[in-house]
Design a protein around this ligand. Structure first.
Ligand code: PDD
Length: 284
């Protein structure tokens, strides 16, 4: 049975779902997206993702095709129609279809697409038991990484560079400091302190990041929001990443240098547990 996807007001089998070749998402990467995880059939941090979507749209002078309540209904309907237990919901809004022109077209209806990806046992990933190995690469992306646009070619290239070296992911470095992972926020832990880059235009304001930092503070863990270099990271006791699809995932190696004893650290493991437990409690 094929997936049911949502396209501009309709729920359709994936083979029937179509978007125009003139869509600006296709021609200009003129679109934004969100990825929300689903655990036990419930949405993790829907409110956070909806809020960030509204911000991304606002920054690009794009209108939202639906209200937040309607968006929640669409997410829930997709979960239901696809019997989704554990997995992801991908959402994309583009400026819409218009004859090719660099200037934004006027009076065009935005395109809204959502689809599910089933990932049974998403929260029990065996990868969390061994941790990720990352390489560092220069961050050559554009300067508004706080807007969650669909311009993901460089992050894809970064993943391929990591894969070519037999590693899992890449951390991007700009002006001597780590910005973030290809599709996640980056953290190190030193002497019990959790260190992650402060917010700005240089990184995506992760929804998982916000929740994890809140839970860490509530658990009396010390958090420092500041830049750190790749050298500081290699000398850290442990490291981890966060994202809607990976939750909290330990990092055990950076540029061939093992961190600590080369196994997932205790702070990362504890944060993963707290994050999963607390966010399931308030899932919609
Ligand atoms: N990526 N930084 C970047 C560059 C990202 O692409 C992502 C998310 C994050 C983490 O944000 P959040 O916690 O809100 O998921 C940070 C998603 C999961 C993706 O592209 O699949």
């Amino acid at each position: 049975m094929s997936r049911i996807v949502y396209v501009n007001g309709e729920f359709l089998p994936e083979e029937k779902a179509k978007v125009s070749v003139f869509d600006r998402g296709f021609l200009f990467a003129d679109g934004v997206y969100e990825v929300t995880s689903v655990l036990g059939g419930k949405l993790i941090d829907f409110g956070g993702h909806a809020k960030r979507l509204a911000r991304s749209l606002g920054e690009l002078e794009m209108n939202s095709p639906v209200t937040e309540d309607e968006l929640l209904e669409i997410h829930r309907e997709l979960v239901k129609r696809n019997n989704l237990e554990d997995g992801l919901i991908y959402l994309q809004v583009t400026r819409g279809a218009a004859d090719r022109d660099f200037a934004y077209p006027e009076g065009v209806k935005p395109t809204l697409v959502l689809f599910t990806q089933s990932k049974p046992g998403l929260a029990n990933s065996p990868v969390a038991e061994v941790g990720l190995k990352v390489i560092s690469i220069p961050d050559i992306r554009w300067g508004r990484r706080d807007i969650k646009t669909v311009q993901l070619l460089y992050p894809s290239m970064g993943k391929m560079m990591a894969k070519a070296e037999g590693k899992d992911d890449a951390w991007m470095v700009e002006d001597g400091v780590v910005t973030e992972g290809t599709s996640n926020n980056a953290y190190i832990v030193k002497d019990g302190k959790i260190i992650t880059r402060h917010l700005g235009n240089e990184i995506l304001h992760g929804i998982t990041r916000a929740a994890v930092l809140r839970f860490a503070s509530e658990a009396q863990m010390h958090v420092e929001e500041r830049s750190f270099s790749i050298e500081e990271a290699k000398a850290a006791d442990e490291a981890f990443i966060t994202s809607a699809s990976a939750f909290v995932m330990p990092v055990v190696e950076i540029d061939n240098v093992p961190l600590g004893d080369g196994k997932p650290g205790s702070v990362s493991r504890r944060l993963r547990e707290i994050y999963l437990e607390e966010s399931r409690k308030v899932a919609l």
